[in-house]
Design a binder for this molecule. Sequence first.
Ligand code: CP
Length: 316
Amino acid sequence: MKQFTSVHDVQDVNALVNEALELKNKPYAHKSLGQDKTLGLIFMNPSLRTRLSTQKAGMNLGMNVMVMNLDKEGWALETRDGVIMDGATVEHIREAAAVMGQYCDIIGIRSFPKLQDREEDYSEDLLNKFIELTGAPIVSLESATRHPLQSLADLVTIKEQAAAGKKPKVVLSWAPHIKPIPHCVANSFAEWMQQADVELVITNPEGYDLAEEFTKGAKVLHNQDEALQDADFVYVKNWSSYEQYGKVLTDGEGWMITNEKLALTNDAKVMHCLPVRRGLELSHEVLDGPNSLVIEQANNRLYAAQAVLKRMLESI
Ligand code: CP
């Protein structure tokens, strides 16, 4: 595997999920694979789970791991081509990325969208420049439009928890939030679930439909109660409007998943990528109750990352 930026970089999704589950059983079975290999993790935005799980995944495979919060610790980065750098930016991505490629065998990069200009965000300019300029295999640690390591961990969690012999109904349910939130997790989740043996239903208020390139084939309902009927898994996530790009259109009253909402489901397991705003996105009672999978889901981030890094190490 030369890059991991979306589900489209994976030849056999089921095999990758199974590999993550095997690594969960034997996390240190491939300790020699990463010997004398260096993983560089570059963050332009905050992180808890992605940073620690990917760092640990590299260490479990015997890699040396370097982490840099480039937005705070690096030189102010210029990403536009052809500009005269007589302003605030100090280093161009052309040199910065190429230099990182000298030090690292595999590079992970996190860069969120600005949510100002849809075309600019959806062009994935920064991620594509890293792919072009580093010359190293690239793992997306969450880009402007997708969060593939999260989605792989989500699918691993669903596979572990689904009842045997039944195609699970999985509902991606929009949740309230006070701030404009990117589409990455929701886009990516929709894209991965379309490759899995699940029935995907997406529910969100009017004006919050995700881009069709990610949701094509899924049922989209604006009535949450109808969507929740008989659900086996409810994946809770906020996102801002795609149509009115980056805008918050409603306070989302009535959209938070509570025990009352869960009563409409098939005793559904509840997922969220975290961090979560308690009492706003998800109720305390659900997060602290027996149906919540959020901690196990976060645990599976480690094995998802390890499966991807293992594939990359095998192809270096
Ligand atoms: N879910 C997730 O990506 O968490 P972090 O932002 O803390 O890495």
